[in-house]
Design a protein around this ligand. Structure first.
Ligand code: GLC
Ligand code: CA
Length: 553
C-alpha cells in the first residue's frame, strides 16, 4: 500500500461520548473540563487519538447529532475556551483530536433552518429539502429512522421538509452549491483551529432521489416504509464526498473516517479504496437489532477475510466492536456473566490483532456491560423509544416491548463512565442524566488499574505491543483454516516479525488442531493470564493467546 498518510497506521483511537464521560460541575452531564481532568487516564492507556462525539451547540434531540451551531460549543459541555484547552492538552500529550462531523442534517433550531422554513423565497430557501404536499398529505410513504413519517409540514411554506432521522434533524440539501460552500468553510475553520481529523456522520445518505418515489419496503407498524434502499450510497453522494476530499481532506492532510451504511464489502470499498479519494477508513453502520439477530463468529470471520482482501492493496480498516450506537461488546459478542473478564480480553485481543486502526469506545477498556432499566421512562435513546412504540402497535405487551427496547437501546453504550466505587461511579456529584449501571461497584477504572490481571491491563499491553510490533501495525494477515467456525487462528507477518494468535469465540473448550503454529512460538499475552496463561492442547472457553516467533524464524 502506498504511504500517502502513513501516520494513520500508528493510531489507536479512543471514542469519547462526552455526555457520559466525566461531569465537572455537578449538573449530571459530562463536559469538556471533565474530559480534560481525565486525560491522564487516556495517556496511561496509551492511546494517541480521541474521537469526540459531537460537542457543538445542540438542543440535544439526538444528543448532539442535531447541531444548531457548528461553530459554538454546547453550553452544557463548556465554552470554546474549554475546547481550545482540551485540544492543546491533547496535543501536548501526543493525542490527536478527531471531531464528529454531522452534515447530513442539522438541527431544526439551526439559523439556516429557521430562515429556510420562513418562506419559499429566502436566501436559504433551498438549504433543506422541501416538497409540496401530495393529495394533501406527505410527499411519499417514507419512514423516519426514529419512527413516523420522514416528512414534516411547515405551514409558513405550505410544504413538507424531509428528515431521515428525527423531525428535529432536517436533512441538508447537498444539491445546493451555496450550502456546500458553507459546510466546507466551516470544516476549514475547525481544521485551522487544530483538529486532526473528522469522523463524518451518516455520510452515505447525502444525495437523495429528487423525484422521491414511494419506498417498496414493507411498512413499519406505524404505516411508513423504511427508505434506506433508496437514499443510501447513491453515485451523487460519492461525488459530494470526493468534493469534500478535494476541498478539505487532501489539502489539509487530515484523518477521515466515514460512517456509512453499506450492504457488502464491495459497497464499503467504494468509500475507502485509496484511488477513490474519499475516506481513509469507514465505519460500517448496522442497526443494533440486525446485529443482535444475525451476528455469529463465523460471519465475523468471513467479513474480516472479505474486507481484508478488498482493501489490502489500497485501503485501510477502522477496527471496532463498539461505539455509541451499539450494544456493549462483552454483552453482545462475549459473555458478561461467567466469562466476563476472559471474554472481554478475548475480544480485545482479537480486535487489536487485526490489521487496521483499532478503536476503543469509552468503558470498553474496563469491560462495561449493557444496562437494563426497569421502565421505558428511564431510557433516553429515541431509537429505543421508537422500538417500544412500534412493538406496542403490533399488539405486544408493555413488558415485551420493554424487553426489546432494553436489548436494542443505544443507551446500553451510553451509561456514565464507571471511574470508581463512590456514588454514581465518580462520574458526577449530582444526578446523572442517564442512570449509572449498578455494577460500577465492581466494574470501574480504579479497581481495574490496581489489578494487574484486569481487562484494563490487557488493553494497555495490547496498545503497547502494537507500538513496538511491525507485524501488528503493518504486517500481512493470514486467517488459517480450521474446522470450527468459532475458532480464529490468525497470523500477522512482515519481514522483521511473525505473530500468531488463537481466539476461542465460544463457551466450549476446543482442541487445537496439531501443528498449526510452530512449537517455537512464544506466548506473549493470554486471556487466561490470571490462571497462569496458555496451557496448550485444549483452548478453554474464550481463551485467546498471542504468540511471537523467535527472531529469524
Ligand atoms: C449516526 C450516529 C447516531 C445518530 C445518527 C444521526 O448514525 O452515530 O448516533 O443518531 O447518525 O445523526
Ligand atoms: Ca457538567
Amino acid at each position: 500500500m502506498e504511504a500517502k498518510k502513513d501516520w494513520i497506521k500508528d493510531l489507536v483511537i479512543y471514542q469519547i461520548y462526552p455526555r457520559s464521560f466525566q461531569d465537572s460541575n455537578g449538573d449530571g452531564i459530562g463536559d469538556i473540563p471533565g474530559i480534560i481532568s481525565r486525560l491522564d487516564h487516556l495517556s496511561d492507556l496509551g492511546i494517541n487519538a480521541v474521537w469526540l462525539s459531537p460537542v457543538y451547540r445542540s438542543p440535544n434531540d439526538d444528543n448532539g447529532y442535531d447541531i444548531s451551531d457548528y461553530q459554538q460549543i454546547m453550553e452544557e459541555f463548556g465554552s470554546m475556551q474549554d475546547w481550545d484547552q482540551l485540544c492543546l492538552q491533547c496535543h501536548q500529550r501526543g493525542i490527536r483530536v478527531i471531531m464528529d462531523l454531522v452534515v447530513n442534517h442539522s438541527s431544526d433550531e439551526h439559523p439556516w433552518f429557521e430562515m429556510s422554513k420562513s418562506s419559499r423565497s429566502n436566501e436559504k430557501s433551498d438549504y433543506y429539502i422541501w416538497r409540496n404536499p401530495k393529495d394533501g398529505k406527505e410527499p411519499n410513504n417514507w419512514a423516519s429512522v426514529f419512527g413516523g413519517s420522514a416528512w414534516e409540514y411547515v405551514p409558513q411554506r405550505g410544504q413538507y421538509y424531509y428528515h431521515l432521522f428525527s423531525k428535529k434533524q432536517p436533512d441538508l440539501n447537498w444539491a445546493s452549491p451555496q450550502l456546500r460552500e458553507e459546510i466546507f468553510s466551516m470544516m476549514e475553520w475547525w481544521v485551522k483551529k487544530g483538529v486532526d481529523g473528522f469522523r463524518v456522520d451518516a455520510i452515505s445518505y447525502l444525495d437523495k432521489p429528487l423525484d422521491f418515489p414511494d419506498s417498496p419496503a414493507p411498512p413499519m407498524p406505524d404505516g411508513y416504509s423504511p427508505s434506506g434502499c433508496l437514499v443510501n450510497g447513491r453515485p451523487g453522494t460519492h461525488g459530494y464526498i470526493r468534493e469534500m476530499n478535494r476541498r478539505i481532506f487532501s489539502p489539509f492532510n487530515i484523518l477521515t473516517v466515514g460512517e456509512v451504511a453499506a450492504a457488502d464489502t464491495e459497497e464499503l470499498t467504494r468509500y475507502v479504496a485509496t484511488g477513490r479519494e474519499e475516506f481513509d477508513m469507514a465505519i460500517p453502520f448496522v442497526p443494533p437489532v440486525v446485529e443482535i439477530n444475525e451476528w455469529s463468529p463465523g460471519k465475523l470471520r468471513e467479513e474480516i477475510a472479505r474486507s481484508y482482501d478488498a482493501l489490502k492493496q489500497d485501503g485501510w480498516w477502522a477496527r471496532f466492536f463498539s461505539n455509541h450506537d451499539k450494544p456493549r461488546q462483552v454483552s453482545l459478542y462475549g459473555n458478561d456473566q461467567e466469562y466476563w473478564e476472559i471474554s472481554a480480553k478475548m475480544l480485545a485481543m482479537l480486535l487489536h490483532f487485526l490489521p487496521g486502526t483499532p478503536f476503543v469506545y469509552q468503558g470498553e477498556e474496563i469491560g462495561m456491560t449493557n444496562i437494563s432499566f426497569s421502565s421505558i421512562e428511564d431510557y433516553n435513546d429515541p431509537d429505543a423509544k421508537n422500538t417500544y412504540r412500534q412493538m406496542l402497535l403490533t399488539g405486544a405487551s408493555p413488558e415485551e416491548a420493554l424487553k426489546q427496547a432494553q436489548m436494542v437501546s443505544r443507551d446500553n453504550a451510553r451509561t456514565p463512565m464507571q471511574w470508581d466505587s463512590t456514588p454514581n461511579a465518580g462520574f458526577t456529584t449530582g444526578t446523572p442524566w442517564l442512570g449509572v449501571n449498578p455494577n460500577y461497584r465492581h466494574i470501574n477504572v480504579q479497581s481495574q488499574k490496581q489489578d494487574p490481571f484486569s481487562i484494563y491491563h490487557c488493553y494497555k499491553s495490547l496498545i503497547a505491543l502494537r507500538k513496538t510490533s511491525p507485524a501488528l501495525s503493518r504486517g500481512d494477515l493470514e486467517i488459517l483454516e480450521v474446522p470450527e467456525d468459532t475458532l480464529f487462528v490468525l497470523k500477522r507477518s512482515c519481514p522483521e516479525e511473525t505473530l500468531f494468535s488463537f481466539h476461542n469465540f465460544s463457551e466450549h473448550p476446543v482442541k487445537i488442531p496439531a501443528s498449526l503454529i510452530p512449537d517455537t512460538a512464544q506466548p506473549l499475552l493470554s486471556s487466561y493470564d490470571r490462571q497462569g496463561g496458555y496451557r496448550g492442547d485444549i483452548l478453554r472457553p474464550y481463551e485467546s493467546v498471542i504468540f511471537r516467533l523467535p527472531a529469524g524464524e
